[in-house]
Design a protein around this ligand. Structure first.
Ligand code: MN
Length: 330
């Protein structure tokens, strides 16, 4: 089952923006995601931090997992590892990911659900495909986004939001052709379920083949469009954006994208895009592996706290047989 959807004609429509009076944001660059191996060896496409991080602020990382058709025994996840100082947002479109953390949080993220984990002061967690998916194989497709926390919230207690697909706010484009899912933040006054420490908007849209989608966008937010599958064009200059590519937008008050008329089979319902933006935090970033703080001293402190067990201890029944402390930091 894919992400939540509905007949767009039944949904509340976004406002039609006046063509002449609107300050459409230009596309300043298009980057192609780099391929990386994560965790126990699952492939991700990573459009940033390959780009200059200040441009992505408050976002730290975007990992696109799949879409991949796993053979039996092939699906992989991560071993236990710590985080401190930011939030991880895991959105699963197809298949499932199972999560456990050292605060007792956890659950199955599946079919359009989102898990919003505030690592805050620190915890350890493990992210794995459920045993059924490993056994039978199958389609897996999702993303993980890292959202930075401002200095004043880096020590917030860990928090866990389990956002079901039915909680997502569904809207349609102004012409009623395309579906927009508001997962966090707000779009044209319509709020998504995710609660965030720093103002952001996080959307998943399915833009019907040949259709145009326009979105009012807060002037003070940055803006990015990432293509999960299919192809289209972004901005007034119609810059091509294909699967695995990210368009960065410049200043203005609204975004405009258009799906290509002809789409590959994987995007037969339309061009699948994530639209994200937020208010830049504009604080110094000290980053090492799973820790994102403001200073180098705080990173050293994070390592010490992790090594001395102050970021939680793995429940006895879940102690892995194969992973050393070093691997946990990979
Ligand atoms: Mn993690």
């Amino acid at each position: 089952m894919p992400a939540v959807t509905a007949d767009p004609l039944t949904l509340t429509r976004l406002p039609r923006l006046p063509e002449q009076e609107t300050a459409w944001r230009p596309v300043t660059r298009v980057v192609t995601a780099e391929r990386h191996l994560e965790g126990e060896g699952f492939a991700v496409r990573r459009p940033f931090p390959g780009i200059d991080l200040p441009l992505a602020d408050p976002f730290l990382l975007l990992d696109h997992m799949g879409a991949v058709e796993y053979a039996p025994g092939e699906a992989k996840g991560t071993s236990w590892h710590p985080h401190r100082g930011f939030e991880t947002v895991t959105y699963i479109i197809d298949g499932a990911f199972q999560h456990h953390d050292t605060t007792g949080g956890g659950g199955l993220i599946t079919d359009g659900a989102t898990q919003w984990m505030t690592a805050g002061s620190g915890l350890q967690h493990i992210e794995q495909p459920p045993p059924e998916l490993v056994a039978t194989g199958g389609l897996f497709h999702g993303v993980q986004l890292w959202v930075n926390l401002p200095r004043e919230h880096k020590w917030a207690p860990p928090r866990y939001q389990d956002i079901k697909s039915r909680d997502v706010s569904l809207l349609s484009s102004d012409d009623g052709s395309s579906v927009v899912r508001v997962i966090a933040g707000e779009l044209a006054g319509h709020k998504g379920p995710g609660a965030t420490y720093t103002p952001i908007t996080f959307l998943h849209a399915t833009v019907a083949p040949g259709a145009r989608l326009t979105l009012p966008w807060p002037h003070e937010f940055n803006a990015m469009v990432y293509a999960l599958s299919g192809r289209g064009a972004a901005g007034p200059g119609a810059r091509p954006v294909g699967e695995g590519q990210l368009a960065m937008f410049g200043a203005g008050d609204a975004l405009s994208v258009t799906a290509a008329d002809a789409q590959p089979l994987a995007a037969r319902n339309g061009w699948e895009i994530l639209v994200l933006g937020g208010l830049p935090i504009r604080e110094p970033i000290a980053r090492y592996g799973p820790f994102v703080m403001n200073t180098r001293e705080e990173i050293i402190e994070a390592f010490e706290d992790f090594q001395s067990g102050r970021m939680g201890t793995i429940p006895a029944e879940r102690v892995p047989h194969h992973s050393s402390a070093d691997e946990q930091l990979s």
